[in-house]
Design a protein around this ligand. Structure first.
Ligand SMILES: N[C@@H](CCC(=O)N[C@@H](CS)C(=O)NCC(=O)O)C(=O)O
Length: 99
């Protein structure tokens, strides 16, 4: 059972976002979804924070993981579950835009 804080930044018509959410849902992982559409300040923050211009962007316990491709690669290598199993700690980064 996942206990980490998972936040995924998305837009509505985004195939990679759907695939990322499906992967998480298939694993019964609770996540918070933040739609960045029409939120320029949030989009700018996200680009600065991740160095990426695309969505989705997935964060686990405040750390940027990447998009669907990175999420799926971690899952395939068996490296996703350990990240999801670790609860958020006070020393983990706080996301300025988490809703
Ligand atoms: N490799 C990325 C691809 C993500 C991607 O291409 N997302 C599209 C939307 S589905 C996007 O943000 N396109 C806008 C752009 O490329 O600027 C992933 O796996 O998440």
């Amino acid at each position: 059972m996942a206990v980490a804080e998972v936040i995924i930044y998305t837009t509505a018509y985004c195939g990679y976002c759907i695939r990322a959410k499906q992967l998480l849902a298939k694993k019964s992982i609770d996540f918070r979804e933040v739609n960045v559409e029409g939120r320029q300040e949030l989009r700018s923050w996200l680009q600065k924070r991740t160095g990426q211009r695309t969505v989705p962007q997935v964060f686990i316990n405040g750390r940027a993981l990447g998009g669907f491709t990175e999420l799926a690669a971690l899952e395939q290598k068996g490296q996703l579950d350990p990240l999801l199993a670790r609860p958020r700690e006070p020393s983990d980064p706080v996301l300025e835009f988490a809703s």
